[in-house]
Design a protein around this ligand. Structure first.
Ligand code: SAM
Ligand code: SF4
Ligand code: SF4
Length: 361
């Protein structure tokens, strides 16, 4: 049985913790660069640690089982708290907000949050497993959502169900993608995490399926996130192999990134049937351009997907701090950031890392 994750699994400590590095003095200059000179551009907001899937590479069933203690509702940031924090980030230069989870569409009345975030001067996007998208796409679009990314690891139903591990049929995710496009949330980005020997046989069928559609298929290397997904290097299929396999059937040419710091490398079908992307988090780390902050469902701020601790914004917020104090805390956290886990992978071992299903991808 799993009790509430012990702090060694999801360590969450307030910034005032004795172990935290001292924060540099904030001079108030905008935009603030971190220790490696990176400016803050994106905020990912995880709105729940719950999910209706148990993807084997993210929430293995034996760990995230019936007895697993998810966050109680009272611990979650309210929509008002999220919007207040998001506004301060936007004032500090954030231009893109991605809603994630867990499965974000499980958060009740998510459209109310989208509606409020959409009033900020930023692009709002969302990453979902697509299970509930067919029902919710229209109201999310009406609320001001502009784009969605849907995770889809296989077209073959048996492979897909084995990977989501709850027997969810692939057809309903495809319906969700179609509904999103109908609601104006396209072109949809479709993300496939590739595990060698598990779903690498799905690379070509997926490429064939989405070729010629407006949607953009992206293949992600299986990452060593969290502490429970049984990661090992042998299960990683390098992006260059994905490109080689697709290119053999449908020749591809590289294209320039759309903007600096774009994590996906883009490739176009030579015959004009659209483009695909690969995200080489393991074989070609992109930390030097990483401009992201991540806010957990309970208001812990993480400066890296592989961090072992967050910084407690909720405590500061609920303690009655004003916007100026919160802003200065956010700036100080960013200025103190020197994360580059993926570049150091192999050199730096970490006993415990935050779980992907808690912090979002
Ligand atoms: N539940 C939503 C979903 O699946 O789209 C949002 C949260 S999920 C954690 C965000 C993304 O992280 C998904 O695209 C998922 O495939 C990806 N992901 C999860 N575990 C991963 C891993 N070990 N390696 C690479 N990507 C992973
Ligand atoms: Fe859920 Fe997304 Fe993790 Fe799959 S990848 S278990 S859908 S949070
Ligand atoms: Fe950014 Fe950390 Fe990923 Fe590097 S390892 S790209 S710093 S989130």
């Amino acid at each position: 049985m799993n009790a509430r994750p012990p702090t060694s699994i999801i360590p969450i400590q307030p910034i005032a913790s004795a172990a935290a590095a001292p924060l540099p003095v904030d001079d108030g200059a905008t935009p603030a660069g971190d220790r490696l000179g990176r400016t803050m551009h994106d905020l990912r907001i995880s709105v729940t640690d719950r999910c209706n899937f148990r993807c084997t590479y993210c929430m293995p069933k034996d760990v995230f089982d019936r007895d697993h203690a998810f966050l109680p509702r009272s611990e979650l940031l309210s929509f008002e708290e999220i919007v207040r924090i998001a506004r301060l980030f936007v004032e500090q230069g954030v231009r893109k907000i991605r809603i994630t989870g867990g499965e974000p569409l499980l958060r009740k009345q998510l459209e109310r949050l989208i509606e409020q975030l959409a009033r900020l001067d930023v692009e709002i996007t969302l990453t979902t497993n697509g299970a509930l998208l067919a029902q919710q796409a229209r109201k999310l679009a009406d609320a001001g959502l502009r784009r969605v990314t849907v995770s889809l690891d296989a077209l073959d139903d048996a492979v897909f169900q084995r990977m989501n591990d709850v027997g969810f049929p692939v057809g309903r995710v495809l319906e969700g993608i179609a509904a999103a496009a109908d609601a104006g949330l396209g072109p949809v980005k479709v993300n496939c995490v590739v595990k060698r020997g598990v779903n690498d046989g799905e690379i070509l069928p997926l490429a064939r399926h989405f070729r010629g559609s407006p949607h953009i298929l992206r293949f992600i290397e299986f990452m060593d996130v969290g502490s429970h997904n049984g990661w090992n290097l042998d299960a990683v299929l390098a992006s260059r192999e994905v490109i080689a396999r697709i290119s053999d059937a449908f020749p591809l040419d590289p294209i320039e990134p759309g903007y600096r710091g774009e994590v996906a490398e883009r490739w176009r079908y030579r015959d004009g049937q659209g483009e695909i992307g690969v995200i080489s988090s393991v074989t070609h780390a992109f930390c030097r351009d990483c401009t992201r902050m991540r806010l957990s469902p309970e208001g812990q701020l993480f400066t890296c997907l592989f961090a072992d601790r967050g910084h407690d914004l909720r405590g500061t917020l609920r303690g009655g701090s004003d916007d100026a104090a919160l802003t200065s805390l956010i700036r100080a956290i960013w200025r103190n950031r020197d994360d580059r886990y993926s570049e150091l992978r192999g050199e730096a071992t970490r006993a415990a890392k935050v779980e992907m299903s808690y912090i979002g991808g």
